[in-house]
Design a protein around this ligand. Structure first.
Ligand SMILES: Nc1ncnc2c1ncn2[C@@H]1O[C@H](COP(=O)(O)OP(=O)(O)O)[C@@H](O)[C@H]1O
Ligand SMILES: N[C@@H](CC(=O)OP(=O)(O)O)C(=O)O
Length: 561
């Protein structure tokens, strides 16, 4: 245990040192984990036996990961989200889909069934104020029970697979009701029931079909995270720990791993953590990197990443190819389809991510890789993030230019508030604030008032709420063309842009407009860029007279070929 915690501590501060220490500890840890079981679920805290972090690692990063995948025969990760697992029928279809790839040996990552995570959160919120005697009667608890028991029944499985969880869930809600509080730590424990149940049901079903499967809770498998409940970060020690465990179990007794998405274990608290909403995508890419797999597949309810959110505009169409940078930017700026951090492990491991539709398995989907041919690329996707707050901060010139910028950003750092987009001049800064502070909680009025109060010590501040960021994800080497077209569209629609920011990422131009105009802007921009032959017209115009493509070099210079 001491070894575990020491390694976890080092892992946070210095992943490289942790990896070194992990190798030194390998034999010790192996001895400390009888039966290879590193942790057991025990109420809110997971007991550490030898420590998942410590266990980390006999294996050298990268090279070992490849060896592990090859030895164990794993080829792909297949992640299925809640929308793919909404009912017994859907579970059958997902099982059928997995079995339709007999040439693959997948690691399967699952989210909670359908809307279970939302229902668990709502049940928790209600429990805070309903009083202990009423906790058993919370509607969402009934919905969760009914869904899971019906699914078990329809799949012909034994209700004991989930009955213990459902009883414990009810007890937990009673506990919340008695305490009249729902801490972030308890919230994470509460929502973990969703993934814990879906994976157990699915694993039992595959076994019933004669396909040997083994269920894993990510917090027992080696997912070590920071203790930032509701929005934890995965620590480096996770990779070798996960690889070692999956590899070892496969060698002992081959079975398809069915892993809970979204969950981890806090390195200090040893409690269940979650990776932020939609975090199962990150679980999948982490496993992909840990095992050095050929491909990471994330199966959704749409035909891939689309040119815009289909809920905003039904004419959205799939984007066939994206780079990791484009996908990360798209996710960060609000496209719900991918978790904002999920591209990092895939990029680091150089593993392609394929976004596919579990309802339409033959659609090609979107392939996300490190690089792609950008010669013809102009605009890839339009993303909308609504309800953001914008601040206009004009220096009172009490500080010099450098001092001013530094002071402004140190205020945000001290208050733990993340900034999305920034535009600066010598004495003024316009910036937008992430309303959900990276998914975890709403930025409340009190916090905003506090920011303004601090900033007013050095500047005149205007707080502008109910704004939206429209992000144009594309080839910023063609920014003049994109902006010319975009501003034409916006002018025709009578929309004034209140801030514009072209990030160093080279894939994103952000425009801030009023919330009330935002959806209409996205629709108009989508029509202009994607539906009127504009992109193909530009492509044709870009062809040199002899028909050879014009090459755009990395510094943006255009060379005829
Ligand atoms: N640009 C986009 N491309 C595809 N889907 C998007 C986009 N923006 C938002 N979405 C939404 O994301 C949903 C898929 O993501 P998500 O619900 O997290 O899937 P899952 O639960 O299966 O992992 C789609 O149903 C769609 O409504
Ligand atoms: N169940 C979690 C984690 C997740 O990734 O879900 P999904 O894959 O359905 O977006 C959530 O709803 O946030």
């Amino acid at each position: 245990m001491a070894a575990a915690l020491r390694l976890a501590a080092v892992a946070r501060d210095s992943p490289a040192a942790a990896s070194r220490l992990g190798r030194e500890r390998a034999s010790l840890c192996a001895a400390a984990r009888p039966g290879g079981q590193c942790c057991a679920r025990s109420g809110l805290v997971l007991r550490c036996q030898g420590g998942a972090a410590a266990a980390a690692a006999t294996l050298k990063k990268g090279e070992a990961a490849d060896g592990v995948a090859a030895a164990a025969g794993f080829t792909v990760v297949m992640k299925f989200g809640g929308s793919s697992l909404a009912s017994a029928t859907r579970m059958r279809e997902v099982a059928d889909l997995i079995l339709s790839f007999p040439e693959e040996t997948p690691v399967v990552v699952l989210s909670a069934m359908g809307k279970t995570t939302n229902n668990l959160l709502l049940a928790g919120e209600k429990a805070v104020s309903c009083g202990a005697p009423k906790a058993s009667e919370i509607d969402e608890l009934a919905v969760i029970k009914e869904l899971h028991l019906r699914t078990i029944d329809e799949l012909g499985l034994d209700s004991s697979i989930v009955s213990g969880f459902l009883d414990e869930l009810e007890q937990l809600l009673k506990g919340v009701a008695m305490m009249k509080e729902l801490t972030l730590r308890t919230r994470d424990y509460l929502v973990s029931f969703g993934e814990c149940m879906s994976t157990r049901i699915f694993s039992a079903y595959l076994n019933k079909l004669g396909k040997k499967a083994r269920q894993y809770d990510a917090f027992d498998l080696g997912f070590i995270t920071t203790d930032d409940f509701t929005n934890a970060d995965i620590l480096e020690a996770t990779y070798p720990a996960v690889a070692k465990r999956l590899h070892g179990d496969w060698i002992d007794d081959p079975a398809i791993p069915i892993v809970t998405g979204f969950l981890g274990k806090g390195w200090k608290s040893c409690a269940v953590t979650t990776l932020g909403r939609g975090g199962s995508d990150l679980t999948a890419t982490t496993i992909g990197k840990a095992l050095g797999l050929r491909e990471i597949q994330v199966w959704k309810d749409v035909d891939g990443v689309l040119t815009c959110d289909p809920n905003i505009y039904a004419n959205a169409v799939p984007v066939p190819y994206l780079t990791f940078d484009e996908a990360a930017e798209l996710a960060y700026f609000g496209a719900q389809v991918l978790h904002p951090q999920s591209m990092r492990p895939a990029r680091e491991g150089g593993i392609p991510v394929r976004v596919k539709n579990s309802y339409n398995r033959h659609a090609p989907g979107t392939v996300i890789t490190k690089t792609r041919d950008m010669r013809k690329s102009i605009l890839t996707s339009i993303v909308l993030k609504s309800n953001i707050t914008m601040l206009d901060i004009v220096s009172t010139r009490m500080l010099g230019q450098y001092g001013f910028l530094a002071k402004v950003f140190s205020i945000f750092e001290d208050l733990g508030i993340s900034v999305d987009s920034v535009a600066t001049s010598e004495v003024s800064i316009s910036l937008t604030l992430d309303p959900s502070k990276l998914w975890s909680r709403e930025l409340i009025q009190q916090e905003l008032d506090h920011v303004v109060e601090e900033l007013e010590k050095i500047a005149v501040v205007h707080l502008l709420q109910h704004r939206s960021i429209i992000s144009l994800i594309g080839n910023v080497q063609r920014s003049s063309l994109i902006l010319e077209k975009a501003f034409n569209v916006l002018r025709r629609n009578g929309v004034n842009v209140q801030m514009i920011s072209q990030g160093a990422s080279k894939v994103n131009i952000s425009l801030v407009v009023n919330d009330s105009e935002a959806k209409q802007c996205v629709q108009a921009l989508h029509s202009a860029f994607f539906e009127n032959g504009f992109l193909s017209e530009v492509e044709e115009a870009d062809l040199a007279p002899n028909g050879a493509p014009v090459l755009v070099s990395s510094n943006g210079a255009i060379n005829g070929n």
